[in-house]
Structure formats: structure tokens, C-alpha cells
Design a protein around this ligand. Structure first.
Ligand code: ADP
Ligand code: MG
Ligand code: ZN
Length: 632
């Protein structure tokens, strides 16, 4: 990527060329006037008294030969070349060999001689030029070898235009992104703003500066960002966080500055930082490895974002699949404060992604993409695109006229065996467990008095830890909660485990996170909020969480006795036990809905508010409409 500038390359060769020409000229000038003699011939001529004007240097002897009567003394070819100009004298040069008698001999022949130090300007120059040239040559070779990383960047500090990928006309549209309608919806506003910034500025509104797209690998984050630029018809300046990491100190920061300068000139436009996590990891935790560069780059990014007025028409987008490791400074208001989550697509979404990618294939009549979608629960867009491609390749290998269902089956099998290694595909039994678990959460939330209503429930794995999730509305934080509200929340947390117990008679490990949160909640109720009847209104702080963080002393709170500690444990236990009982009662009453919801989840993986309301309302009115049509 970071090649040598062609101009630089040119001047380097130019220099070498000139040096070679100078050398050649000099050599020619010398050899044409000086005949190179063998040392033995030199001695013979000296003895015969045919030499004059001798100049002695460290390594050579030169002078003039009187050619009178020398034919007999010299080899024929030497004599011939000495006399080719028909002159009576000729200059010569010979290499000086170790000869202690030379000076004596010179004295006896009474020839005139001068000694000269071997420091001709030309030799001096040579002793400089040749090593320098050699060095330059090696260096430039090394630079080219190293390519984009390393020394190459030294030459272009601050001039980083090559790295920023600017695309003026992005061809990707929203129609190229399927199955993530919610994320698309959220980004519509951004597109509107980029299309008609004046409209928003007139009203004095502030447009979000930074938008962070969060989602598992392959869910289409990069694709979506490009689609936003494509829809808004604005330039798309993209750069990947991982590219910053391998640079020399100062280069990344200069590059960030450059990126923002370019963006201002191109506004309205989108800056997109892919793989933000590579750049934006929490500062100061990676220990020994030199992360100065990353920190400097990150700091520069923060500085640029702060000093940036989003009303100039530049929107900064970033993507990451690991938001939890990002430096909190990046997520503060005025930076990446708007988050757009992309989930793995559900059944319908998968079918739409599959048909989008299958559009360019010739499909046989037996291909049922809805079945392919049903078999690929938990797959992200990139994996689905890959399955379509694999199926096409397989059909081509078999010389088929069209891609058949059997090709898709082969592709799915291959993808599944690949994914199983990554531990992401659930067995049918696991899926059923997750379905009942999530249905349990949902029903408790619906039937408790104060808990937030459920907006959506799904058994599609989200992130690494959870196997499904129940999304309750509203999601914003509440500052004041009453005891009854906390108890309802507790019941919802235990609802998943309760449903598992009811259906399968035993709990699974899937409830671990719920239990942890439930215990945490109860602990707070008892020791922080004074909500326990037995222990009364007191905060009992001994085992405060902070105690486990180094630097905080163990004694931040009030001391309490061993007896009190036992009461706390008993009280926590009691609250959890009561909650479990309430959950069991409630789920027994609503067992029918539980089964219906779990079955619907198993069938279509996601159940939204509307479908959920139908299940809750219909109770005993016969089957849910969704069960009347069926997929094999
Ligand atoms: P990410 O950046 O989230 O890792 P990409 O945007 O690079 O994922 O997606 C890789 C490819 O997978 C895309 O180029 C596209 O072909 C396909 N793809 C992923 N998600 C979708 C989607 N929602 N709709 C259509 N195609 C998708
Ligand atoms: Mg990507
Ligand atoms: Zn749960």
C-alpha cells in the first residue's frame, strides 16, 4: 500500500546513473592517455633509462616513456599500443608492487620522481559516493520489502492520503442489506440529515456525531455503513482500526488528523472506522507491549471528535463486535453516543438474505430457501452468503444446469460442521430448553403487576454469553424503584429457570446469569435498601463489591457481627425461595400459554409484541393462527 513515491524512485536511479556515467568518463579519460604497464616492463624500462617524470603514489606509479629503441624491451602488443599514435613518448601507469629496492634504483638511474599522497579529489569522492550509494540502494530495497508497515511510513509521515479509502459513489443501497430492519430504521434519520443538512440546521437541532454499529462478525456492519453512504449519496471515507496499530508512534495520530481534514473538505460525508476495538481498547491495560502508538491515535481521535461540529455535515460511524472492551471515553456524550445494534437475523430475515444472494443464481424448481433458512438458525449474513455461494460452486462442480436443493444441503452441512467447531449451533434439545426458558421470562413479565412489558423475545443467540433474550420495554433506567417492583423484577429473572423446571423437571446451566443477577438484586435489597423485614432499615456494607477491587479497602462500610451475616444469608435465601414459589404458581396457572409461546419460538425463533399479545389474549380460543400453516 505504502509504495515508494514514483518520483522518489526516479531520483534515486537518476543519482546512480549519473554516478556511473561520471565514473566511466573518468576511467576512459585515464586509460586513453595512460598505458597500463606490467610492473616487470616498468622495471625493464627504468633500468634502460627510458622513463621520466615519475609520480609515485601509494598504490600506483605513473610517468612518461621515451619510446626510442624500446621495441626490443617490451612485449609486442604493449609496444604496438604504445606507438599507435606515432608519438615518441607515451604516458603510462603501473600498479605499485612491494619493492624495497625501488627507491635505490630510482636514485641510481637519476630519474626525476615525485611522491604524491593518494588523495586525488576523485578518489576521495569515490570513497564517499560508493558507500553512500550502497547504503541508499539497500535502504530503498528494505523499504520496498517492508511494504505498508515499518520504515515505509517514515517517509510519508503526515501525508497519509493513500491509506484513507475514499469512495465518492458508493453503489451499496439499503436494498442490499436484508434482515436487519430495525438497524436500518435507526439509520434513516442519519441519511435524511446527510441529504438535507440545511433542513435540520434551520431548526437548530443537533445531529448525533458518532454512531457505533455493534454486532457479531458477519452480521453486515460494514455493509450497512456503506449502504448509508450509498443511500445518502455522500462520499465514504473508511479506515480500519487495525491498520493504525502497526504504525510508528505519531503516524496514526497524524493520519486521524488528516482523515478529519479531508472529511471537512468533502462534507457532507461519512467517516467510517471499521474494527474500532482494535484502536479503541481501554487505555493502559495491555501491559508491556508498546501501545503508545495506539493510545496516541485514540487520543487524537477523541480530540478530533470533540473539536468537531457535526452540523458541518460529517457523520462519524464506527463498527465493532466487541463493544465491552472499548475505552469508555469513546462512548461518552458527544462521541460515539448513539448505538445501533445488529442482531443475527431471524427466520424471516435469513430467508430474505438468502434470496437476496441467490438472486444472481439459476435456481432449480426444488429449491426451498425457507427450508434453508429454517436449518440455519443462528447464522449471520456473511455465513448465509457463503452458503449460497458454496451451493452454486457445488452445482457447477457437478455440471448441473441449475443450483438444486441438494447443493444447498451439502453447503449447509459443510457450514454446520465448520460452525460446530466454534460451538455455536444448538441441538434441537438445547433449542427447546432455550425456548421454554425465554418463554418463562416473558410470561412472568407479562403477568406480574409492575414489570415492563415484553417487546420481543427470541432464541437467537446474541453475543457469547446468552442463548436467547427477552427484551422488555422501556429500556431506559429508572431511578426509584419500590420494593414490589424489585420483587417483580426478581420474579422475571427467575422465570426462565422456573419454566425449565416445570417443563423438564430440572434446571440447566443456561440460567446461571439470571441467578447471578437475581442474587445480586436480593443482596442489594437486604443490605443496601433496607427492604428486609427481619433486618430492618440499615445498610450493611461489609462485603461491598468495591472490596474486591484492588486499592479499595475492605472496610468501606459498617461492620456487622457474624450473627448479622447469618441473618443476611438467611434473608437472601428466603427472598429467592419465595420468588421461586411465586414463579411456579404463576407458570402453573399459565402453562398453556407457556407451551404455546415456547412452540412458537421454536418454530419462528422470534416472537414480537403483536404475536405475543395474540397468544395472551386467545387462551383456550383454539390454536394460534401461526400453527395452522406449517413448515416442514
Ligand atoms: P461485518 O462487517 O459485520 O463483519 P460485513 O458487512 O463485512 O460483516 O458482511 C460480509 C458480507 O456478508 C457482506 O458483504 C454481505 O455479502 C453479507 N452480508 C452480511 N450481512 C448481510 C445482510 N444483512 N444482508 C445481506 N448481506 C449480508
Ligand atoms: Mg466488517
Ligand atoms: Zn434467562
Amino acid at each position: 500500500m505504502n509504495k515508494i513515491d514514483p518520483k522518489q524512485k526516479f531520483s534515486l536511479w537518476y543519482l546512480i546513473g549519473v554516478a556511473i556515467i561520471v565514473l566511466a568518463l573518468q576511467y576512459w579519460a585515464r586509460t586513453s592517455t595512460f598505458e597500463t604497464l606490467a610492473y616487470s616492463d616498468f622495471k625493464t624500462l627504468l633500468q634502460a633509462g627510458k622513463l621520466s617524470n615519475l609520480t609515485l603514489k601509494d598504490t600506483t606509479i605513473s610517468g612518461t616513456i621515451d619510446l626510442h629503441d624500446t621495441q626490443a624491451l617490451l612485449p609486442a602488443d604493449t609496444w604496438k599500443s604504445l606507438t599507435r599514435n606515432n608519438q615518441l613518448t607515451h604516458d603510462f601507469i603501473t600498479v605499485r608492487v612491494e619493492d624495497p629496492d625501488l627507491i635505490n634504483q630510482l636514485q641510481t638511474t637519476r630519474v626525476r620522481y615525485t611522491g604524491i599522497m593518494d588523495s586525488h579529489w576523485f578518489t576521495t569522492l569515490l570513497s564517499w559516493v560508493i558507500p553512500t550509494l550502497a547504503f541508499v540502494a539497500i535502504w530503498s530495497l528494505a523499504v520496498r520489502r517492508m511494504g505498508s508497515s515499518g520504515i515505509g511510513n517514515l517517509m510519508s509521515v503526515g501525508k497519509s492520503k493513500a491509506k484513507v479509502f475514499v469512495q465518492k459513489d458508493v453503489a451499496v443501497r439499503f436494498s442490499d442489506v436484508e434482515g436487519i430492519d430495525e438497524a436500518k430504521q435507526e439509520l434513516m434519520e442519519v441519511i435524511e440529515f446527510l441529504r438535507t443538512p440545511e433542513h435540520f440546521q434551520k431548526l437548530g437541532g443537533r445531529i448525533p456525531k458518532g454512531i457505533l454499529i455493534v454486532g457479531a462478525p458477519g452480521t453486515g456492519k460494514t455493509l450497512l455503513a456503506r449502504a448509508v453512504a450509498g443511500e445518502a449519496q455522500v462520499p465514504f471515507l473508511s479506515i480500519s482500526g487495525s491498520e493504525f496499530v502497526e504504525m510508528f508512534v505519531g503516524v496514526g495520530a497524524a493520519r486521524v488528523r488528516d482523515l478529519f481534514n479531508q472529511a471537512v473538505q468533502l462534507a457532507p460525508c461519512i467517516i467510517f472506522i471499521d474494527e474500532l476495538d482494535a484502536l479503541g481498547k481501554v487505555r493502559g491495560i495491555s501491559g508491556l507491549t508498546g501501545n503508545d502508538e495506539r493510545e496516541q491515535t485514540l487520543n487524537q481521535l477523541l480530540v478530533e471528535m470533540d473539536g468537531f461540529d457535526s452540523n458541518r455535515g460529517v457523520i462519524i460511524m464506527a463498527a465493532t463486535n466487541r463493544p465491552e472492551i472499548l475505552d469508555p471515553a469513546l462512548l461518552r456524550p458527544g462521541r460515539f453516543d448513539r448505538h445501533v445494534a445488529i442482531d443475527r437475523p431471524d427466520l424471516k430475515g435469513r430467508e430474505r438474505i438468502l434470496s437476496l444472494h441467490a438472486k444472481r443464481l439459476i435456481l432449480a424448481a426444488d429449491v426451498r430457501l425457507d427450508i434453508v433458512a429454517a436449518k440455519t438458525a443462528g447464522y449471520a449474513g456473511a455465513e448465509l452468503a457463503n452458503i449460497v455461494n458454496e451451493a452454486a460452486l457445488h452445482a457447477a462442480r457437478e455440471n448441473k444446469q441449475a443450483v438444486e436443493m441438494s447443493d444447498f444441503e451439502v453447503a449447509i452441512d459443510r457450514a454446520i460442521s465448520g460452525l460446530e467447531k466454534k460451538n455455536r449451533v444448538m441441538t434441537a434439545k438445547e433449542k427447546e430448553t432455550v425456548a421454554y426458558h425465554e418463554a418463562g421470562h416473558t410470561l412472568i413479565a407479562e403477568f406480574s403487576k409492575t414489570a415492563d412489558r415484553v417487546a420481543k423475545v427470541t432464541i437467537i443467540p446474541r453475543g457469547i454469553g446468552s442463548l436467547g433474550f427477552t427484551q422488555q420495554l422501556p429500556t431506559e433506567d429508572r431511578y426509584l424503584l419500590k420494593r414490589s417492583e424489585l420483587l417483580d423484577r426478581l420474579d422475571v429473572l427467575l422465570g426462565g429457570r422456573g419454566a425449565e423446571l416445570m417443563k423438564f423437571g430440572e434446571p440447566s446451566t443456561g440460567a446461571q446469569n439470571d441467578l447471578q443477577r437475581a442474587t445480586d438484586l436480593v443482596w442489594h435489597m437486604v443490605t443496601q435498601y433496607g427492604m428486609s423485614e427481619t433486618l430492618g432499615p440499615a445498610t450493611l456494607d461489609k462485603h461491598h463489591k468495591l472490596a474486591s477491587i484492588p486499592g479499595y479497602s475492605e472496610t468501606t462500610g459498617n461492620e456487622y457481627s457474624e450473627l448479622t451475616a447469618q441473618s443476611i444469608d438467611a434473608e437472601i435465601h428466603k427472598l429467592l425461595q419465595c420468588s421461586e414459589d411465586r414463579v411456579r404458581t404463576l407458570l402453573t396457572i399459565h402453562q398453556q400459554e407457556l407451551d404455546l409461546l415456547a412452540q412458537l419460538l421454536l418454530k419462528q425463533e422470534t416472537v414480537d409484541r403483536e404475536e405475543l399479545s395474540k397468544i395472551l389474549a386467545m387462551k383456550k380460543d383454539g390454536l394460534h393462527p401461526a400453527f395452522q400453516t406449517s413448515i416442514t
